[in-house]
Design a protein around this ligand. Structure first.
Ligand code: ADP
Length: 476
């Protein structure tokens, strides 16, 4: 922990060997240990937050806005330390980690402002003796479970709208990356956000905390980012108390290059979309479809770009791809590659066998469409390419999945852009862009990629109820 300058960030959570161990995916060395809570402790946290929320929601929105802006400012002042923590426990290159800190902070600033605009409405009344209106009210205690691939931003884009709306917020981060989560929470406390309004917890195991968050009747909203497998289970648990949910689950993003595309721009977009966090994001391009006429040019240029990528320690300045999060993750990706190769796929870029938790960037052609590599989430730096002939078949292939999070396509034809953007069954479509996430636009999926949206004005709605008030017996 000597790389972290601001010692207050983790002072309250580091233990001398007891609790959850946190490892560096670069060399599997032990970074720190942090305390864990038993299930009844987490239940007590929820009860505390229930009391805290009643006070928090009465605070004028402008005052909540002020505290959130202070939090945003402290995160930016500590951005180097936070980026280092992200790289140390998550493995991503430092430059990307710094980008994540700024991206994560941007949600706090955005929702600090949006919280002041939680407008209700007046409704033209059907009779003269009644006035009809709606008001927006905080849902109550909001609970969240977040993953390791964006250990800071996945928390702030849930916590910020929750707090701005007047909810209290409790979160369990991933066991792989809890240090960033606790550090960012400490900064919230330093900004003046009360401890009975925001709390970070690590349980003895994820399942126990998940039970409290999903079954406890005082938790009124549950927000999850993670796999579709776990999200499906947690959504079912939430059904017992009819909780509002937001589910940001898996994706299987197609990246389509039509024959009228600007190929250099498509290569740039493909590299940015595919290799962010070593391919470990739910919006990473997962499968590439390239039309006949531009296929050879695209593959040739792509291989040149991919073979320039440097794999290494995220803390090194020139690293483009860090380690995967675990040995199991690496093995799963290698198995997917082997399976596809066994069915005729060919690697067209430089082959490298790497040790530790590293997987070399891999470009595969002649991949069959029904292979697990194409049908599921890869979560690694692997790029399967499939050749296609016509738009109609292409759209069917792109939509032939249980997922519907992000999709990308490249074309210069305006009619095609509208046509294809409308027909892709995805919550997000990037046209001639490989990276589209921003705090001002709604992020989320359709089908089994989940429900709800994060960021934008929609993100605040996730933490608000609409109450209809009818005032009757009026004289006019
Ligand atoms: P990932 O592949 O990103 O790790 P997971 O869905 O397995 O995706 O994990 C995302 C988050 O869900 C993590 O914080 C993890 O601890 C948590 N999690 C996993 N299984 C459960 C469960 N049964 N109940 C509650 N939380 C869980």
């Amino acid at each position: 922990m000597k790389q972290i300058k601001n010692k207050t960030l983790l002072a309250s959570v580091l233990t001398d060997g007891k609790g959850l161990q946190v490892f560096n995916p670069f060399d599997n060395s032990l970074i720190a240990t942090i305390p864990v809570s038993c299930q009844s402790r987490v239940e007590q946290d929820v009860l505390d937050l229930d009391i805290g929320q009643k006070v928090w929601q009465k605070m004028p929105a402008a005052e909540r806005c002020h505290l959130l802006k202070k939090w945003n400012q402290l995160i930016l002042e500590n951005e180097d330390d936070l980026a280092r923590l992200i790289t140390l426990e998550g493995g991503k290159p430092l430059k990307e980690a710094l980008g994540e800190v700024r991206y994560g902070a941007s949600f706090i600033e955005w929702f600090a402002e949006e919280g002041r605009r939680a407008y209700g409405s007046t409704i033209p009344s059907p009779s003269n003796d009644r006035t009809l209106l709606t008001v927006k009210q905080a849902i109550g205690v909001a609970a969240a479970i977040t993953p390791w691939n964006f250990p800071l931003a996945m928390i702030t884009r849930k916590a910020a709208p929750a707090l701005a709306a007047g909810c209290s917020f409790i979160c369990k981060p991933s066991e792989s990356t809890p240090l960033t989560a606790f550090a960012v929470t400490e900064l919230a406390y330093q900004a003046g956000i009360p401890k009975d309004v925001l709390r970070m917890v690590m349980g003895e195991n994820a399942h126990d905390v998940g039970e409290v968050f999903t079954y406890h009747s005082s938790v009124r909203k549950f927000s999850f980012t993670g796999s579709t497998l776990v999200g499906r289970k947690l959504q079912m648990q939430c059904a017992s108390t009819i909780k509002r949910t937001s589910m940001e689950l898996g994706g299987n993003a197609p990246f389509i290059v039509f024959d009228d595309a600007d190929i250099d721009s498509a290569i740039e977009g493909a590299m940015a979309s595919k290799f962010r966090n070593a391919g470990q994001t739910c919006v990473c391009a997962n499968r590439f479809y390239v039309q006949d006429a531009v296929y050879d040019e695209f593959v040739e240029k792509l291989v040149i770009a991919v073979d320039k990528l440097k794999v290494g320690n995220g803390l090194d300045e020139d690293t483009n791809i860090g380690p995967l999060i675990s040995m199991e993750a690496k093995q799963r990706v290698l198995d997917l590659i082997e399976e596809a190769k066994g069915r005729g796929a060919k690697q067209v870029n430089r082959e490298q066998k790497l040790g530790g938790q590293f997987v070399a960037p891999t470009v595969l052609v002649d991949v069959e469409h029904d292979r697990p590599l194409v049908q599921g989430e890869i979560f690694g730096p692997v790029l399967p390419i499939i050749r296609f002939h016509d738009e109609e078949t292409m759209i069917d292939m792109a939509n032939d999945t249980i997922y519907g999070l992000a999709s990308y396509f490249y074309s210069q034809d305006m009619n095609r852009i509208w046509r294809v953007a409308h027909r892709l069954e995805y919550g997000m479509v990037g046209v001639n862009e490989g990276v589209i996430s921003t705090e001002v636009a709604p992020f989320g999926g359709v089908k089994q990629s989940g429900n709800g949206r994060e960021g934008a004005k929609e993100g605040l709605e996730e933490y608000l109820e609409t109450k209809y008030v009818c005032i009757g017996g009026l004289e006019r």
